[in-house]
Design a protein around this ligand. Structure first.
Ligand SMILES: [Zn+2]
Length: 328
């Protein structure tokens, strides 16, 4: 009898404490950084890659008004290189692919207004040759004003198609040439080092990644729709393609971490909500299901397996779930 009473007191005491205990401090290196990718800008969008000026301005304003900090791509990459500290909370990276002339005429004034840095990925074969592309003078001016320039290969080939079309040896030579010559041309024309590459059409595989590292790039970017975190591979950093008619609501949703599809599937399977913590940060998750129905309100506690605290939490109704069950 006395034993039961003691348990009741303990349960109340832990229930009171759990509010504090359940919020383990985030490690300094835990972060979520969405990289946005734009292409073209116009007063009214004419195609899938053109964002209207009003939309772009509204998105930049949203970042400012909601405490987001636009950081240079370099800040993020330097962290992966072990040369810098983790990005600040609510950090966002802006990239613009293809070097369309509207970057200079429409996006630059807005970026300047908000003091936002961006990285422009250029494929040099078009520069100064076609009317819709930036000129070298414009790119130099953008770079002088603090915008970073990256490579988008030399002529923007679709490596997936080329791999099918060419013999293996020819394909390999094409990849090497596209990656190295574009870096070299940009460096010679702009007098600064080109450290990042955006894969044309987002086509990425291990071979392309290896070749890009061999060409001397520090980081490469895809269009896989995900944010970056401390575990991201700098050979294939994910990005969110911003399309025209993106509502502020969907824009804001990409600025915070989303559960991965794998985790969502797991949540359906178990009927429990998804943990928003990366499974790599803990070896065990303790789940306290909310009474009913299962909702995002359930409490999730990452904990090291073997921790003596587990028995205490189980006493409070937590269930033990191995992170692998959430990530499969
Ligand atoms: Zn492109």
């Amino acid at each position: 009898m006395r034993h039961v009473h003691l348990h009741r007191i303990l349960a109340l005491w832990f229930a009171f404490l759990s509010g504090f205990l359940l919020a383990p401090p985030a490690r300094a290196s835990d972060f979520y950084v969405p990289i946005l990718v734009y292409h073209r800008f116009a007063p009214t969008p004419q195609n899938l890659y053109t964002v209207s000026l009003q939309e772009f301005e509204a998105q930049m304003r949203y970042l400012k008004e909601n405490g987001y900090q636009v950081i240079p791509l370099k800040t993020l990459v330097d962290f992966y290189l072990g040369k810098g500290s983790p990005p600040p909370p609510r950090a966002v990276v802006i990239t613009i692919d293809d070097g369309h002339t509207s970057v200079y005429s429409y996006a630059l004034p807005i970026l300047k207004k908000y003091g936002y840095p961006a990285t422009l990925f250029i494929y040099p074969c078009c520069i100064g040759r076609v009317s819709y592309a930036l000129t070298w003078e414009q790119i130099r001016e953008l770079a002088d004003q603090g915008q970073d320039i990256g490579s988008h290969t030399r002529y923007h080939p679709n490596f997936k198609l080329e791999r099918r079309r060419l013999k293996p040896q020819e394909y390999e030579e094409l990849v090497e040439k596209e990656m190295t010559s574009s870096k070299k041309i940009l460096e010679e024309k702009l007098g600064r080092s080109i450290r990042y590459l955006s894969y044309p059409f987002g086509v990425h595989d291990e071979v392309l990644e290896k070749k890009a590292f061999q060409a001397g790039y520090q980081a490469m970017l895809t269009i896989v729709r995900r944010g970056c975190d401390q575990t991201s591979n700098r050979g294939a950093l994910p990005r969110f393609l911003i399309e025209p008619h993106t509502s502020i609501r969907s824009f804001s949703s990409i600025l915070s971490p989303q559960p991965s599809p794998g985790k969502l599937k797991a949540s359906w399977r178990t009927g429990l909500p998804c943990p928003s913590v990366a499974s790599s940060t803990c070896s065990m998750l303790l789940i306290q299901p909310s009474p009913s129905p299962p909702s995002r309100m359930a409490r999730i506690l990452p904990i090291q397996s073997g921790s003596r605290a587990i028995s205490v939490y189980r006493f409070l109704g937590f269930q033990k779930v191995h992170p692998k069950h959430w990530a499969s």
